[in-house]
Design a protein around this ligand. Sequence first.
Ligand code: GRG
Length: 301
Amino acid sequence: MYITMIDGPDLASHLSHLRSLIEARLNFDSQLSHDCPRQLLDSIRYSLLAPGKRIRPCLAMLACEACGGDPKDALPAASALEMIHCYSLIHDDLPAMDDDDLRRGRPTNHIQFNEATAILAGDGLLTLAFESLAKEISDPQVAVACIADLASAAGAEGMVGGQQADLEAEDAAHISLEELEAIHRRKTGRLLTAPLLMGGRLAGANGETLNNLKIYGESVGLAFQIADDLLDVVGDSSKMGKNVQKDADHGKSTYPALLGVEESRKRANLLIEQACEAIANFGERGNHLAALAKYIVERDH
Ligand code: GRG
């Protein structure tokens, strides 16, 4: 069993180590053959290797670590999760959706290349994620379970469904807090919960442990979205590498719009407490996960 050195809440140095492993893996996994046309490959790698926070891959590796595994064992899941996330960002930025020109501090994919290439880069990443999982997880049962976790989180009942519900809600005059949470549970929350399940499975976690990780993921997922909504109101575009104040400009229902800034902060903090409670019985091994939950609501980008 992998013994991890958990030196208190020294999350920053641990995350920077994990991120360097993740960057190397993403670089390797996106080196495709000449059958992938040059412009499509450039477009895929332009977005995938752009500087993101890598929160979903880090969650998978920390969940694996929290269950007594070697975080490196979660790299296939980490890479696949980032590919799905990156595809969603490329498609979300398209003129038919959010019509954005800045992402991760760079021109969005369709601005840098063109709309058709951006759509295909997203499609390519979506399918490459599942190809990687199928090829790189050696235990067939674990591979199938991880593929099911990711497909269900990303699909029509998960992120894609949440995106559709979000687009529909833009036309609604007012939505309730319950409706807003139902959107974000799918649009953002499912892809933040999947890393916990996948990382846990790759460490051989049992059903009860997976359930605790799921509760942690769901709480952190909603808190992440509240923090994202707050950053859109009070954040600094240059730190975030994307445009801010977009929600208000589009008249979108958000947590600060529904609850106000202070109440939204309180709600996010409460969710983080719930997340930490769910993993309390992991002991020291869960320290990095607990610290990451706090970072998710305190971040400034
Ligand atoms: C278009 C299929 C499809 C889905 C889009 C997740 C999503 C659904 C759109 C992303 C747009 C968005 C701003 C969502 C809200 C929260 C979120 C996912 C923010 C971006 O994630 P970060 O902060 O980004 O982890 P980085 O760049 O650090 O990876």
